[in-house]
Design a protein around this ligand. Structure first.
Ligand code: FRU
Length: 465
């Protein structure tokens, strides 16, 4: 492990070399989770975009594969993939349903939507001629396509970044698209809009909601890039919001989330764990860009209105290795060459301050605090991070106060921290570049009865086998 780069993640997907940004083409097919992503095979900076590829059987262990969609006369920008079960596209052969990718072909003066298909489970792809949707614009991108069973047709959600508008299109064959409706401008509009997502979700009582998510850059919660969402209805034609816009993640490093198509029984998404503010400058060696942990989505019908909940997929529990359990305050040592998971549960919202300080020999590298109904993650300025524009700072989120049980679940990896609070209602995801290896966490419970607190600290096996 001595040769291992200090910031290479133990449990998060990152390519072995070079640049990665958005997840693309997420689809579950043939027992595999397919992951494609914005990838530059030539350098660890944005440019020459291809679709890189990785596959997994459990969302935890990923195998990096050969590039799937190489750059052509245009760069291969973000998009999605579907299983065309009824062969509506006609790309299928011999009864095998094709996988069809829909991506944005990017040139300096045009962005349009193109198709490619695969007849061998996503391993090799054939480009399908010209664009299927071209409105002659410089900015028009990131098609998310899904099957809408009720109207028996494909829906494409695509964004006009500059206008801050999401447009919905419908198609019966993935090739001819008709405009259905336009959403926006709405919510946060302080930057261009990118990577829209639209999908159904049920709350615990079985009530159906549709979620519209759209990213923006800049204009996010801390001035850089960020993700916002609305809950509402989709009638096959248009999305109508029934909640105000809210941030998906209250950290600084969650962008371009996409959900898996064709996943039975649940909705899971993945996002790029970075921020366009400093994505090019992060101090990793020979590679740049990692994904967040995959998160299962739900809706909590809270008293002040329904909210999106994100919970790390339960498959991650397979990485748990050694557990330390303790009642009350204290210092836990952490193994410098592993990722860790911390779990803390309270019978109610903690009345007094709670502070977790993660330290290396150089001092505090990051801290997580719960106080006065708020969650804070503080990334101190260090020698490593002082040059990253927009990186340092305190990230804050309001916590739901009505809960009769409160929990914190924290994942600490070599260059990130993800904090899930209130059963996934509040999430803060942040990159982290400790000046030295984190070796301990000091947990301080304020208030009268710290001994009632139970803390579980797990060291985690590497997902890289
Ligand atoms: C979002 C984004 C997309 C675009 C892609 C290019 O991060 O800017 O809008 O398709 O990245 O890599």
């Amino acid at each position: 492990t001595s040769e291992r780069e200090q910031y290479r993640p133990h449990i998060h997907y990152a390519p072995a070399a070079n640049w990665m940004n958005d997840p693309n083409g997420l689809v579950y097919f043939g027992g595999l989770y397919h992951l494609y992503y914005q990838y530059n095979p030539y350098a660890s900076s944005h440019g020459n975009l291809h679709w890189g590829r990785a596959t997994s059987t459990d969302l935890v262990h990923w195998e990096e594969q050969d590039v799937a969609l190489p750059e052509r006369e245009h760069q291969i920008f973000s998009g999605s993939a579907v299983v065309d079960w009824h062969n509506t596209s006609g790309f299928g052969k011999g009864g095998r349903p094709p996988l069809v990718a829909c991506y944005t072909g990017h040139t300096a003066d045009n962005q349009a939507q193109f198709l490619a298909y695969s007849l061998d489970q996503g391993e090799t792809w054939t480009y399908h001629g010209g664009p299927v949707l071209d409105v002659g614009k410089t900015d028009f991108r990131d098609p998310k396509v899904f099957w809408h069973a009720k109207s028996r047709r494909w829906i494409m959600v695509v964004v006009h970044p500059v206008e801050r508008q999401v447009e919905l299109y419908g198609s019966f064959n993935l090739q001819d698209w008709e405009s259905l409706s336009v959403f926006g401008p709405a919510g946060a509009t302080g930057g261009i809009w990118e990577v829209p997502e639209l999908f159904p979700l049920h709350d615990e009582a079985g009530r159906l909601y549709w979620v519209l998510k759209v990213d923006l850059n800049p204009g996010g919660p801390y001035g850089g890039s960020g993700a916002q969402y609305w809950l509402g209805d989709f009638d096959g034609q248009a999305f109508t919001a029934t909640t105000p816009a809210r941030w998906v993640d209250h950290g600084n490093d969650f962008y371009a989330a996409l959900t898996w198509n064709d996943l039975p029984d649940r909705r899971v998404w993945l996002a790029w764990m970075s921020n366009w503010q400093y994505a090019h400058d992060v101090p990793t060696q020979g590679w740049r860009g990692a994904m967040v942990l995959p998160r299962e989505l739900g809706v909590c019908a809270d008293p002040h209105g329904p909210v999106l909940a994100q919970r790390p997929v339960p498959e991650l529990q397979a990485l748990r290795q050694a557990k330390t359990v303790r009642q009350g305050d204290g210092i836990f040592s952490l193994s410098p060459h592993q990722a860790h998971e911390l779990l803390i549960r309270w019978p109610a919202m903690p009345a007094a301050e709670v502070k977790l300080e993660f330290r290396s020999e150089a001092g505090s590298e990051v801290s997580v605090e719960v106080r006065s109904g708020e969650l804070w993650v503080r990334r101190p300025v260090t020698l490593v991070t002082s040059s990253l524009d927009g990186y340092p700072g305190d990230h804050r989120a309001e916590l739901p106060l009505h809960l009769d049980q409160f929990d914190l679940q924290i994942f600490l990896d070599a260059s990130s921290i993800e904090v899930f609070a209130g059963d996934g209602r509040v999430v803060i995801s942040d990159l982290l570049f400790p000046s030295e290896q984190i070796r301990e966490v000091d947990i301080q419970f304020g208030g009268s009865d710290p001994l009632s607190m139970e803390v579980e600290v797990w060291s985690l096996k590497s997902s890289y086998g």
